[in-house]
Design a protein around this ligand. Structure first.
Ligand SMILES: [Zn+2]
Length: 420
């Protein structure tokens, strides 16, 4: 039986016990035209006894508390209303030393404050449970009875992606996945505009009906400056998985639109006015205002051509990619540790951090995209894409994509819908 069912069963038992007691009282009370009250009392007795033995469960309750930073086990147990005799024993239970701030602790507590069972998610998928036995408390670790549910949310951009996902109740990990999925098509640091909107279907992992964490994004739509991009997660028959457009083309592009790592801190900068937003023509690159230390990613797979200081560029990293492409990242505070000429990098690898070395009046990343050594506007170049869904799987993929696309369409009709 799942953990969920186990906890939910308690009120049912309580209800049964109460109705048992009510039945017993009803039977004992002389009915208006009772013919043989003695018989009725006799019949009531076993019911009443059963009611008494089950009744303690009626007053047992489930309590959930978050173990906070600075919390002590004793303090939390007291808050939960656990009897001090039990609390004393629990404090000496070595297994409970695994309790960490942020853990959500569930306890089944009897009417007298006696602890029946206490549990929390000790690792990603492992439950630590301490149960009352005849000779004290017994601790055990077991696979957590987690459930994977599907959540659907949508939102509209007003000031940043994160403020929109916050408003829609979407966790950060999902916001970051959305930015990653569309990173080949949308520059989430510079291209977002008020009124852009999105819809997302994602996995949500629950324990006892409570959301523990968000899982993978299954499908998403992002409408940027009136242009719609759709992505569906798909597992390939040969193994591996990716995000594909409804027609089966790969969302992954040879180059990221923005080399800055998308994070809560860097997300709001692109939509604010700042002194570095000149056109790329003015100085052959794109400037990204961002706090010092923001991570800079390799825009595409490649090899490090150089790492060093170059006058006005300050600390600079240049990557060489296939097909005459190269990318340059300037004004860095530092390059990633161990990065040197010849190092292979994959798209998205962290190659350095934003700074203001060289001729820079504030922390920002100067990014150049070059074709055969000439600076070009990367946003004006059609980027080659990753491999599409193989032809043999296209029919299966479309079937899979259609069901998810239907859910996204439902959200698009009612942009503020929250469907579980
Ligand atoms: Zn610049």
């Amino acid at each position: 039986m799942s953990e969920h069912a186990r906890f939910r069963r308690a009120p049912v038992i309580a209800a049964l016990a109460l109705s048992g007691a009510v039945a017993a009282f009803a039977a004992m009370a002389p009915a208006p035209d009772a013919g043989a009250p003695v018989l009725q009392v006799a019949r009531a007795e076993p019911i009443e006894l059963r009611a008494v033995t089950v009744l303690p469960a009626a007053s047992a309750y489930l309590r959930e508390e978050r173990f906070e930073r600075g919390d002590t086990l004793a303090g939390m147990l007291m808050r939960m209303g656990i009897a001090s005799a039990d609390a004393q024993k629990l404090i000496r239970t070595p297994a409970l030393r695994t309790l960490r701030p942020g853990h959500m602790v569930s306890a089944e507590i009897g009417g007298g404050g006696e602890l029946q069972r206490l549990s929390y998610l000790v690792a990603r998928d492992t439950l630590m449970a301490v149960e009352r036995t005849a000779d004290g408390f017994h601790a055990l670790e077991a696979a957590a009875p987690l459930r994977v549910e599907t959540a659907m949310r949508s939102g509209v951009i007003v000031s940043s992606l994160f403020s929109a996902t916050d408003a829609a109740g979407i966790p950060d990990s999902v916001a970051i996945q959305i930015a990653d999925i569309f990173a080949g098509d949308v520059d989430f640091h510079r291209d977002l505009r008020q009124g852009d909107r999105f819809a997302v279907v994602y996995e949500q992992i629950t324990l006892n009906g409570r959301v523990v964490r968000a899982g993978r994004v299954l499908a998403a739509e992002f409408v940027n400056q009136g242009r719609s991009y759709r992505a569906v997660h798909y597992e390939l028959a040969r193994g591996g998985s990716g995000y594909y457009a409804p027609d089966g083309s790969n969302l992954r592009k040879a180059f990221l639109r923005s080399p800055l790592e998308f994070s809560r801190i860097s997300s709001g900068f692109g939509m604010r006015r700042h002194p570095f937003q000149r056109s790329w023509r003015a100085h052959t690159g794109i400037d990204y205002a961002a706090p010092s230390g923001t991570k800079v990613r390799a825009a595409g797979d490649g090899v490090v051509e150089s790492v060093g200081h170059h006058g006005g560029y300050g600390k600079v990293v240049v990557l060489r990619h296939r097909g005459q492409y190269s990318t340059l990242y300037a004004h860095l505070s530092r390059a990633a540790a161990g990065l040197r000429r010849g190092t292979r990098v994959a798209q998205g690898d962290i190659i350095g951090h934003v700074g203001q070395t060289g001729w820079a009046t504030g922390p920002h990343l100067h990014y150049e995209f070059r074709v055969a050594g000439k600076a070009r506007n990367p946003h004006g170049i059609a980027m080659p894409a990753g491999e599409p869904v193989p032809g043999a799987e296209l029919a299966a993929y479309r079937l899979h994509a259609e069901s998810l696309a239907g859910r996204l369409a439902l959200l698009a009709v009612n942009p503020l819908a929250r469907l579980e």
